[in-house]
Design a protein around this ligand. Sequence first.
Ligand SMILES: C[S@@+](CC[C@H](N)C(=O)[O-])C[C@H]1O[C@@H](n2cnc3c(N)ncnc32)[C@H](O)[C@@H]1O
Length: 279
Amino acid sequence: MSNTKYIGYYFKVSPLQPATEILIAELGYAGFESFVETENGVNAFIQSIDWKEHILEGVYVLNSGEFDIEYTIEEIEQINWNKEWEKNFNPIVVDDICSVRAPFHEKPNTKYDIIIEPKMSFGTGHHETTHMMIQHILKTDLNGKTVLDMGCGTGVLAILAKMRGAGPTDAIDIDNWCYLNTVENVERNDCEDITAYEGDASLLPGKSYDVIIANINRNILLNDIEQYVKSLNPKGKLFLSGFYKEDLDMITEECTKNHLNFIENFNRNNWIAASYELK
Ligand SMILES: C[S@@+](CC[C@H](N)C(=O)[O-])C[C@H]1O[C@@H](n2cnc3c(N)ncnc32)[C@H](O)[C@@H]1O
C-alpha cells in the first residue's frame, strides 16, 4: 500500500489571468505535481517527499505587485481526484476523435470514448502531457503491437492503445491507488488483455514491447530510459512526457546515448511529449 502524502496549496488569484497561468508554470518548475483550476484560482499539490521549506521561493508571481494572490496550505493523506474532478470537470476531446469523460457524462460522438473514474490517480486527459500522449497514440499504427504504459495513472493511455488495436498491453504504476484504479478502468472500458502491475522499471527485465509510453517526470525518465530501451523490440518506439521544453535536449541526449532516434515532439503550455525510435 502506498503511503503517498500530499501537501495541498489552495490559491486565490485576482485578477485570474494571466496570473493563474504564470502561477501554474512557476509552481511546476518548483516541483508541484498536479493542478486543479478552480473558479477563484488553482489548487496545487506536491508529494510530501518532494516538498522543501521555501518551496515557493522561485514563484515570483507571488511577489508581483500586479496581482493579488493568497493561499492556504493543507496536508492530505490521499487526494480524492474524483471529488476534485467532479467539482471542476468537463469531458475532454482530443483531435475530434478521442474523448475522456466520467461515467456521469453524456456519451459523446467520438470514435474512441474512454470512461475514467480517476479517484486518486492522475490521467483524466486534462493535463497537457496526457493530452499530447493521446495525440501520439492516435498518430501511431498500433495494430497487434505489444505496448507498455509506464506510470499508467488511471490507465487511460493503455486503454486507448488497446482501443487502437494494440496486442497484449501492460500498465505499470508505482502507486497502489493508480494500480487499483487502472484495473477498474480497464474493466469499465471492456478492454481485454491489459495487465496492470504495481511497481517500476525494476519489473522490466525479461519483458519486451514494440511501443513503450512513459508519462512520468524528467528525473525518473532520465534514470529509466536505459531500462526502457533494453525492453524495446527492434524498431520499437518510445513516447516520453512529463517534462518541460527546457528539458527536451537533456532527454533526447539520454535517448541518443541509448540508440534511439528522435522522431518529433508536441508542445503545450511549455510541456513536451516526444517520440523516439530504436535505430
Ligand atoms: C504524470 S502521471 C501520468 C499518468 C497517465 N499515464 C497519464 O498520461 O495521464 C505519472 C504517473 O507515474 C507514476 N510513477 C511515478 N514514478 C514512477 C516510477 N518510477 N515508475 C512507474 N510509475 C511511476 C505516478 O504514480 C503517476 O501515476
